[in-house]
Design a protein around this ligand. Structure first.
Ligand SMILES: Nc1ncnc2c1ncn2[C@@H]1O[C@H](COP(=O)(O)OP(=O)(O)OP(=O)(O)O)[C@@H](O)[C@H]1O
Ligand SMILES: [Mg+2]
Length: 406
């Protein structure tokens, strides 16, 4: 028996029901189901997520419930489809611990994944697929010793995060800023975001970072006018009300399936846009390696292809404020690098680009500033330069690792 984790497919609207779903399907006795669910909650640290409405969870929290549901069902073979996408660094390392334990218990684990760093020294074999066939196999050692040029030519992500190189992205200081004051968002009477004062310089590409549930997606939805909130957002001395913010913004959602509506990829990119230059749409498709898919139905594409289509739609729409929520969660090395290049190419044309991400490689290669949220509050905002790179590295590596040990 095997289970596949694909977090978009939930069967219940509450987390407790979802955790028990796999056990119920195996017709386990109620007492056994309770035991299995309890074990899953304890082993996977899901205490804070029990008794919740699934629709009120953040992307990473949903992913954790999907893992918990499968773990509770106790299969012998696990098939995991990008289980780390949407997870923060700590949650990824925790996932690694769980996989290690499952492996030691004699289970079989098959993982389709772009992020390789947490699987090194854990997976027995790395099977590289190309054009629907198995092209090569690697061991962890071979992967770690592979020259960068070869790895990148194969489209593989870095296997050791501590070796991610930082390039300080060009940025000309600008006085025009977005001034955010007393931004507060409440859901079910609970305050989930509160930013007292923040000034974001024009033409910045801002990496919005923070743990799962920190309030990153909520921040993007509030600024883009899609989420009800209080507070003021002022640009060039002008108070931007929600309707105007919606007009200025394009949000690439964390779950891109929610914003694909058309019958073809090309239509998807041009739909509803005031831009009427189809050549530009074709150029974007070319840049994102999607030309051969222009006539395909978006629903027939892979997760990473769908993500790239929505990114193209965002750029084509020529909106001044762009929000990308986890844009590279399903992208290989090439896809991530193309997206980073696109961010740079559009930097001058866009007033503000917000990139919500857990992807260290992307932040290091495509962003100019960091906005760090913690528990719904602004922790810090800074320009990525020689003096702040260490802080950023610590967030993605050390700081989080220390926490998992404790
Ligand atoms: N409708 C809601 N009612 C109650 N709480 C909610 C609701 N929507 C979101 N939340 C909570 O608000 C917090 C912030 O959610 P948000 O989606 O902004 O997090 P995030 O930083 O984007 O996380 P992730 O990295 O997992 O995507 C989470 O703890 C989430 O559970
Ligand atoms: Mg989110």
């Amino acid at each position: 028996m095997f289970f596949k984790i694909q977090p978009v497919s939930f069967f219940h609207i509450d987390t407790d029901g979802e955790l028990a779903f796999g056990c119920e399907n195996q017709a386990m006795e109620p007492e056994q189901i309770r035991r299995r669910v309890k074990k899953s909650v304890i082993d996977l640290h899901l205490e804070a997520l029990t008794g919740r409405n699934i629709f009120e969870l953040s992307g990473g929290e949903k992913q954790q419930i999907a893992c918990g549901s499968v773990y509770a069902a106790n299969p012998k073979v696990y098939v995991l489809d990008e289980p780390s996408s949407n997870l923060d660094v700590k949650a990824v390392l925790h996932l690694r611990q769980i996989l290690q334990r499952l492996k030691q218990e004699g289970n079989t684990i098959v993982i389709a994944e772009h992020r390789l760093y947490y699987l090194v020294e854990l997976a027995d074999r790395f099977v590289y697929m190309d054009n629907s066939t198995i092209a090569q196999c690697f061991s962890s050692k071979e992967l770690l010793q592979m020259p960068n040029e070869l790895r990148q030519a194969l489209g593989l992500r870095i296997p050791d995060l501590s070796k991610v190189e930082t390039t300080v992205s060009e940025y000309k200081e600008s006085n025009n800023a977005m001034e955010i004051t007393d931004l507060i968002c409440k859901r079910n009477k609970k305050e989930i975001l509160s930013v007292h004062r923040l000034s974001i310089p024009k033409h910045a590409v801002i990496a919005v970072i923070g743990k799962n549930g920190a309030g990153k997606s909520t921040f993007a939805e509030c600024i883009s006018g899609l989420q009800k909130c209080s507070g003021q957002i002022i640009t060039q001395g002008h108070l931007c009300k929600p309707k105007e913010r919606v007009r200025r913004s394009f949000l690439v959602m964390q779950d891109v399936n929610r914003q694909l509506f058309c019958d073809s990829v090309l239509e998807e990119i041009t739909m509803g846009s005031s831009n009427s230059n189809p050549d530009e749409a074709k150029e974007l498709l070319d840049l994102m390696n999607l030309s051969s898919l222009a006539d395909k139905h978006p629903a027939s594409l892979s997760g990473g292809q769908k993500q790239r289509v929505t990114i193209c739609a965002a750029i084509y729409a020529k909106k001044k404020w762009l929000f990308y929520d986890e844009p590279t969660s399903g992208l290989d090395y090439d896809g991530m690098q193309h997206f980073a290049d696109l961010l740079k190419m559009n930097q001058d044309k866009t007033e503000f680009s917000f990139v919500i991400t857990h992807d260290m490689e992307l932040v290091m290669s495509g962003c100019t500033h960091v906005l760090h949220l913690e528990k719904g509050k602004l922790k810090e905002f800074y320009r990525i330069d020689g003096s702040t790179q260490t802080r950023l590295r610590q967030f993605f590596l050390c700081e989080e690792r220390e926490e998992i040990v404790n």
